[in-house]
Design a binder for this molecule. Structure first.
Ligand SMILES: NC(=O)CC[C@H](N)C(=O)O
Length: 232
């Protein structure tokens, strides 16, 4: 799998993301600067990592979505390329119109830095094939604006088309209000594009990829990706 990670001013999770991808694929992806206008040829996956791009002034991700590289990312996605956005990267994907909805301020109006659990809603996607459907995994959330919002028609379409990839849940897999710490609509933690190739999620699976640091709950996501390209 040939992946690249895009760096914006204020991105801070690119190294963790590179290590997670390296763990799954055996090689370290290059970093691209947001002012680049082209993606390397033969790329399989573009990653928009977390952070505080442009200091979160305006809305999180709104300015990054206007960066020169985003035009190339949109073209890449339109041609069927895989794009993963985590946290600030998810915010960029919605700001760029690659995924629907918006990430509002957390319902508590507080920045949340804590572990959460997510339930895998479908395991037949390039990002989740190494999980079981209904499996719960732990990840770290660290965001001020992670409260997923979309109008009822959009939420119904996402649900009806099976595009809700991940939902906040208890460790035993129940979707409860208490498990949904940021107040997201329908407890949505991550959504997919209709072709299942663009995934945005708020928690950080790249935090849990090393048994010696904080376990490997997030590793199957990266292994799923690596596996889907190895099989291609
Ligand atoms: N860790 C992140 O990517 C945080 C995203 C964004 N800065 C927020 O606070 O919501």
């Amino acid at each position: 799998m040939k992946a690249a990670i895009i760096l914006f001013p204020g991105t801070n999770r690119e190294r963790d993301m590179a290590l997670a991808l390296q763990r799954a694929t055996g090689h370290r992806p290059p970093l691209l600067w947001h002012r680049d206008t082209e993606l390397p040829s033969g790329l399989d996956l573009v990653v928009l990592p977390g952070g505080f791009s442009y200091g979160d002034y305006l809305r999180c991700g709104a300015m990054a979505a206007q960066s020169p590289i985003m035009q190339a990312v949109k073209e890449f996605a339109a041609k069927g390329g895989h794009v993963l956005g985590v946290c600030n990267g998810f915010q960029m994907l919605v700001e760029a119109g690659l995924l629907p909805g918006a990430l509002l301020r957390n319902a508590s109006l507080r920045f949340l830095s804590m572990d959460c659990h997510m339930r895998v809603e479908r395991a037949d996607t390039p990002y989740t094939s190494r999980f079981q459907r209904g499996q719960v995994f732990r990840a770290t959330m660290a965001h001020g604006d992670g409260n997923y919002f979309a109008d009822a028609a959009t939420l119904d379409r996402l649900e009806g088309d099976g595009l809700v990839a991940l939902r906040y849940a208890t460790p035993s897999g129940e979707v409860t209000e208490a498990a949904n710490r940021n107040g997201s609509a329908r407890s949505i933690a991550g959504i997919l594009s209709p072709n299942l190739r663009v995934l945005g999620l708020m928690p950080h699976p790249e935090n849990q990829v090393d048994p010696e640091i904080d376990g490997t709950d997030g590793l199957p996501l990266f292994e799923s990706l690596a596996g889907s390209f190895a099989a291609a």
